[in-house]
Design a protein around this ligand. Structure first.
Ligand SMILES: O=P(O)(O)OC[C@H]1O[C@@H](O)[C@H](O)[C@@H](O)[C@@H]1O
Length: 248
């Protein structure tokens, strides 16, 4: 379940199973179960190279990804609530709208990368469909941040609605825009000196709330990896989505 240079953990939404797997892996893989905000159980993955990731068992939220320099590339909003009921606003939440057939998420940490693999299996005896998003919040200096890889994409009618997205898309104010058929690799310049590659994008959503969140909008951008429109799964079929984040 891992190699010498990575920490990896699989978990499903059933917390008990996750705890068992975390304990089982703790000696060899740099996986530690600890108590996070709001006394919620949290896994800490570490790699020998010094990178670290924190994952709440509640919802599988990844709230921190520190690269070996110690810099955290993810952002958690100051108004995030850790009460085990409300989604945690920040990090890498995965939005999976329906209850029932549950997603399983696998997180793999290496020296300079963080990969998530979301698997959805239809365990029912009839077909069902869904949309899903990885709603990643990145630390950023919003006035200097930009995204490459969206040139020429069609956009959904959100805000702003560029008719023909340019090579380098910036965040000049309120931004909430979906880009269809984005290239499979986007490059985020977080404006803080880091170039982050986001691989396996299907559709991208860029979001910054600007003055709607005056206290924090300058410090993050969301670059989301989405499957908009439905995935149809027949009984027993599975669907897997992988997102690979890395720095040079
Ligand atoms: O649920 P959160 O983390 O507050 O994010 C909300 C935002 O999420 C974005 O994905 C949507 O495009 C926005 O329209 C929405 O406002």
């Amino acid at each position: 379940m891992g190699s010498i240079c990575s920490g990896r953990i699989n978990f499903d939404p059933v917390e008990r199973k996750c705890r068992e797997m975390a304990y089982a892996s703790s000696t060899s893989l740099g996986v530690r179960l600890t108590e996070g905000e709001g006394n919620l159980p949290k896994l800490v993955l570490t790699s020998p190279a010094g990178s670290e990731a924190e994952i709440y068992l509640f919802g599988g939220f990844i709230t921190s990804w520190k690269v070996p320099s110690g810099k955290d590339l993810l952002f958690v909003r100051p108004d995030a609530v850790f009460n085990g009921n409300k989604p945690i606003s920040g990090g890498v939440p995965h939005c999976f709208p329906q209850f029932g057939p549950g997603p399983i998420q696998q997180v793999t940490l290496n020296a300079k990368s963080l990969a998530t693999e979301l698997t959805v299996k239809n365990t029912d005896n009839k077909a069902f469909s869904f949309s899903t998003t990885l709603h990643t919040y990145f630390q950023a200096s919003v006035s200097n941040a930009s995204v490459k890889g969206l040139k020429g994409c069609k956009t959904l009618n959100k805000d702003p609605d560029p008719k023909n997205p340019v090579e380098v898309v910036t965040f000049p104010g309120f931004v909430d825009c979906a880009y269809l058929d984005a290239s499979s690799e986007l490059q985020l310049d977080n404006g803080l000196g880091d170039l982050i590659s986001i691989k396996n994008t299907v559709y991208a959503v860029l979001w910054n709330p600007y003055l709607q969140m005056e206290a924090c909008y300058k410090d993050f951008v969301c670059v989301e990896n989405a499957k908009i429109g439905s995935v149809q799964l027949e009984p027993e079929q599975t669907w897997t989505a992988v997102q690979h984040l890395s720095i040079a």
